[in-house]
Design a protein around this ligand. Structure first.
Ligand code: NAD
Length: 282
């Protein structure tokens, strides 16, 4: 993991940030880093208890945060959250559409994708991201300023060689993440005239429930990993795939988000940045 964010300036002091899917995993790490950098963070998740717990943790550590239940597939839910935030803080400066799923229930047992996998990855990863940006961008356009940082994946880049092919069951997820990257390009073109920057971070291999599900799938469906623990599959992926041979943490992703959300990235828009220890090179 990179140096602690505690050494970084509070360059987001006075900003208001919304992070979706921040009840756990990468979203929670992003929320913690943005709060450390001085932003007031709105922690949203479909799991209300998890959202509140992340927010309480931030507050215990001296930050400013509040937790909300928000389902990114439901525009009304997003609009209600955005209205509450604007009523309380007067604005939203930073929006991080992070909520994501790897597949529909039962994914860990599958060797192929199902219609349900397509529907769920499309609804949450793509439409959910679009819904979030559209609800928040309407407000950012009025203020003629804002930063949107989507969370895509290195899996949305060109596929790697045969040694790391993960199986057909991951195809809907990988396609959805390629869509996140293209949406970032197109939205940046669309919103540039309103002084809104749109970028995305492509995480590499982070030990969260999504990666645990991928590892469990490998154990359940391939001879190669039969009898392994999910964590052993993950550790071997880190060693095999990453030139730097280190795992990425939720905070590592948060540091890249904080950069895109800062004034230092004022001239950067429409970009996709890998945070992946070199595992995919474009
Ligand atoms: N873990 C990795 O290695 C990795 C790699 C690349 C990209 N990503 C991306 O990072 C993001 C976060 O994933 P993670 O690894 O932290 O997984 P995670 O499963 O730990 O977290 C996902 C969060 O999204 C929430 N969520 C799911 N559906 C939602 C909905 N409809 N509305 C609101 N919230 C919802 C979940 O409750 C959960 O808190 C995802 O977009 C994922 O695709 C993860």
């Amino acid at each position: 993991m990179a140096e602690s964010a505690e050494q970084e300036p509070r360059q987001l002091e006075g900003r208001v940030a919304v992070v979706t899917g921040a009840g756990r995993g990468i979203g929670a790490g992003i929320a913690r880093v943005l709060a450390e950098r001085g932003a007031a963070v709105v922690v949203t998740d479909i799991d209300e208890d998890a959202a509140r717990s992340t927010a309480e943790d931030i507050v215990r550590n001296g930050g400013v945060a509040a937790g909300f239940r928000t389902d990114v597939t439901d525009r009304k839910s997003l609009a209600g959250m955005a209205d509450s935030v604007i009523e309380k803080h007067g604005k939203i400066d930073i929006c991080v559409p992070n909520a994501g799923v790897v597949g529909a229930p039962g994914f860990t047992e599958r060797t192929d994708f199902t219609d349900a996998d397509w529907d769920m990855t499309n609804d949450v990863n793509l439409r959910g991201m679009v819904n979030t940006a559209e609800v928040v961008a309407a407000h950012m356009k009025e203020r003629r300023q804002g930063k949107i940082v989507n969370i895509a994946s290195q899996g949305g880049r060109a596929p790697r060689g045969a040694d790391v092919v993960l199986g057909r069951q991951l195809i809907p997820y990988l396609v959805s993440k390629a869509g996140c990257i293209q949406w970032t390009h197109l939205l940046a073109q669309d919103l540039g005239k309103y002084n809104i920057n749109v970028n995305c971070v492509c995480p590499g291999t982070v030990w969260t429930e999504i990666w645990e599900a991928v590892a469990e799938n490998r154990v359940a469906t391939t001879d190669e990993y039969a009898g392994w623990t999910a964590r052993e599959v993950y550790d071997s992926a880190i060693e095999m795939r990453h030139p730097l041979a280190v795992e990425q943490t939720p905070e590592d992703i948060g540091h890249a988000v904080a950069f895109f959300a800062s004034d230092e990235a004022a001239e950067i828009t429409g970009q996709a940045l890998n945070v992946n220890a070199g595992s995919v090179l474009s």
